[in-house]
Write a protein that binds this ligand. Structure first.
Ligand code: SF4
Length: 260
């Protein structure tokens, strides 16, 4: 919280918020809540949100988890049953896979990255989030990205990738490279649930491993150089420190080519 007397007016904050928008983020000015200053405040605001019909069926809002100053951020689709029950993103089987891949390819736990979703409330029956729900929830994700200011954003699956890149193209054509995104880059990859369905020997598993290696390399080579000792401590070590998993993924020489 800012000290008394230093709080800026709503109009000043609105100008700051809109003035700092990045390519790929296209939030109507009227949807931004300029009074929200910190990630914690944003989480508190989201916890009571009724901006879309998903609020009616949720157990709780699943806002996000991890290091609020992470260099690496993951964005998935929306909470499932376990996430809705426990209030944390990616805690079911998909989350277990993501945790394992984080350990094997980057050598870190989820406490060293930040994980969020496109929509913060569980769609009933685990259906896809609807366009109007994504639009309603988008200001929370945009503000999370602004506040965390990651160096690399890994989008998991079509919904997060298409939303942030502002495209209708599919994940198969978008993954395999990094996309500029303001001060960050976006590294699109498959959603872990798709990787699970395809099996551990499938192309998507090789693809998501390769994408995480790509993300790791961009952390080391990113435009801000934070990762190698800039204005804040790095949260993930250099790629050379990792790992059995990384070596094995290179050894396979395979990348996924199957659409989600
Ligand atoms: S999904 Fe997002 S916009 Fe909809 S009620 Fe939940 S927090 Fe609010």
């Amino acid at each position: 919280m800012e000290p008394p007397g230093t709080r800026r007016s709503s109009s000043q904050l609105a100008e700051e918020a809109t003035g700092s928008r990045r390519p790929g983020i296209d939030v109507p000015r009227s949807t931004i809540r300029p009074v929200v200053l910190t990630l914690a405040e944003l989480g508190i605001e989201a916890s009571g949100c009724t901006r879309c019909p998903l609020s009616a069926g949720r157990t709780q809002v699943v806002f996000g988890v991890g290091d609020p100053e992470a260099d690496l951020m993951f964005v998935g689709e929306g909470p499932g049953h376990e996430e809705d029950r426990l209030g944390e993103p990616f805690v079911g089987r998909s989350g277990q896979l993501l945790d394992r891949l984080l350990r094997e390819e980057l050598g870190v736990g989820r406490d060293r990255v930040y994980i969020a979703n496109v929509v913060k409330c569980r769609p009933p029956g685990n259906r896809d989030p609807r366009p109007e729900e994504i639009v309603a929830c988008r200001p929370y994700l945009d503000r999370q990205i602004e506040l965390i200011d990651p160096q690399v954003i890994v989008t998991l699956g079509n919904f997060a990738t298409r939303l942030l890149l502002g495209t209708e193209a599919g994940i198969t054509s978008l993954r395999g490279r990094a996309h500029p995104f303001g001060r960050a880059v976006i590294v699109p990859t498959y959603h872990p649930s798709y990787v699970l369905r395809a099996g551990s020997a499938g192309e998507p598993m090789a693809g998501i491993r390769a994408d995480l290696v790509r993300a790791h390399e961009h952390l080391a080579e990113g435009p801000r150089q934070n990762y190698l000792g800039g204005r804040r401590p790095r949260t993930i070590g250099p790629p050379g420190q990792i790992s059995q998993g990384r070596a094995s993924s290179f050894a396979t020489g395979r990348e996924g080519s199957v659409a989600r």
